[in-house]
Design a protein around this ligand. Structure first.
Ligand code: PLP
Length: 427
């Protein structure tokens, strides 16, 4: 692992020229040219919506014109449409340490979590508790409420929430716990769980472990197989650059495939969908997590972005990701100390994902002023400015420039202008 200090540069003396030389030596630098980023923008929100790969438009054009326009209904067979959710899933498998036939694409992450967490809870019918994190992305908690009712019936399953301030996982784990659902990398702070260690601990009590990989896939190494994990879900429009609304994925360990009973049993998960029988019969394998007609155009955009991922060395992604976040943190420490900006992301690289969150009382307005100046991050209530570092298209010089602009916004107090306080529907 190359750290900043190994790059012949003391973090205290690093300047833009040092960043440029780090870029010149960066094995992932050529990937930047594969993305259509707007001129003058430093894009630090690829953890929310990944950038557009240049060849996605041509690929979509071809799918629309040829597969839809000319192939019409024949494309279900001729263009492999029916098999797509698993074929594309196989290409995601490598990114999460899974094998072929273990990953399938679904609807939104929320819907996929419902499928998977229900199946997980039904594997432990004698247990009545679901454990989740209070600080998790709220949709995960909302979906789990549906799982509690769907699985529990007249007596919904109980929910226990863990928290950094306690109770901890150790406090709540006992023989009543059916399922633990955790997000591997926290969406706000970027804190990363030890996937293998937590999985082991949960399984030791007889519970089933479900991982949400939304902020992990394409950002940090994930090895579900060697961790012996049970189930996972994740989204593809963040680090994977699949485009707005690209489908989520579901993974189940092969040992669970035959007993798994997901919440929604639709015709695309049927063993023989074109027999049009009255009774549902699940198809063998991961395909039973499918529901209905897949979003083929969204999936086509995702396929184009996976063409890039097929070429990417994931160890190089992690190395660069840590260099970028470390650089950002050290520049923030050095240059922004005067303005009460607090780094809430772990400084220890082993527990850090690929994003950095800064706490500032007026974080919302500061972020809007930053965005107006071309540095795009986002804001998470109540006071966090979030910056995502996507190693395929963010450079070390981008990090330098972003901190430069942030320092200017804070020093000039331009963020105090009333227009920066107005909130849109999406922050
Ligand atoms: C982004 C994200 C989601 C998104 O859910 P959708 O249903 O795809 O909108 C869910 N969970 C986590 C942890 C996320 O980071």
């Amino acid at each position: 692992m190359i750290h900043l200090t190994d790059a012949a540069s003391d973090p205290l003396t690093i300047d833009r020229a040092t960043c440029e030389s780090l870029d010149a030596a960066d094995p992932l630098a050529p990937f930047r040219d594969r993305f259509a980023l707007p001129e003058g923008v430093v894009y630090l929100d690829g953890n929310s919506l990944g950038a557009l790969p240049k060849h996605t438009r041509a690929h979509l054009d071809r799918v629309v014109a040829e597969e839809w326009g000319v192939g019409l209904i024949r494309s279900w067979n001729d263009a492999g449409w029916f098999a797509k959710p698993q074929a594309v899933g196989d290409r995601i498998a490598r990114l999460i340490g899974a094998g072929p036939g273990e990953v399938v694409l679904g609807d939104s992450t929320s819907a996929s979590l419902f499928q998977v967490a229900t199946a997980a809870a039904r594997l432990r019918p004698e247990r009545r508790v679901i454990v989740a994190e209070r600080g998790s992305f709220p949709t995960d908690l909302y979906v789990l409420e549906s799982v509690q009712e769907t699985v529990g019936g007249a007596q919904p399953l109980e929910r226990r929430l863990i928290d950094d301030a306690g109770p901890t996982l150790d406090d709540v784990l006992d023989e009543d716990v059916a399922v633990v659902v955790l997000t591997h990398v926290d969406y706000r702070t970027g804190r990363m769980h030890d996937l293998a260690e937590v999985t082991r601990k949960v399984q030791a009590t007889g519970a089933i472990m479900v991982w949400d990989l939304c902020h992990s896939v394409g950002a940090v190494p994930v090895d579900l197989a060697s961790a012996g994990a049970d189930f996972a879900v994740g989204c593809t429009y963040k680090y994977l650059n699949g485009g707005p609304g690209s489908p989520s994925f579901m993974w189940a360990a092969p040992r669970h495939h035959e007993q798994a009973r997901p919440a929604l049993t639709g015709w695309h998960g049927h063993a023989r969908p074109f027999d049009f029988t009255v009774e549902y019969e699940p198809t063998p394998g991961i395909g039973r997590f499918r529901v209905g007609t897949p979003q083929l155009l969204s999936m086509a955009a995702l396929e184009a972005s996976l063409d890039i991922w097929d070429e990417v060395d994931l160890d190089a992604v992690r190395e660069k990701s840590l260099r970028l976040t470390e650089l950002f943190i050290s520049l923030v420490d050095r240059r922004l100390a005067a303005w009460q900006v607090e780094v809430v992301t772990p400084r220890r690289s082993a527990v850090r994902g690929s994003q950095v969150a800064l706490r500032h009382e007026d974080g919302y307005a500061v972020m809007q002023a930053l965005i107006e100046r071309g540095v795009i991050g986002d804001f998470r209530a109540p006071d966090l400015m979030r910056f995502g570092f996507t190693p395929l298209y963010v450079s070390h010089a981008d990090v330098w420039d972003a901190v430069d602009v942030l320092e200017d916004v804070l020093a000039s107090e331009v963020w105090r202008e009333p227009r920066f306080a107005r909130r849109g529907a999406v922050t």
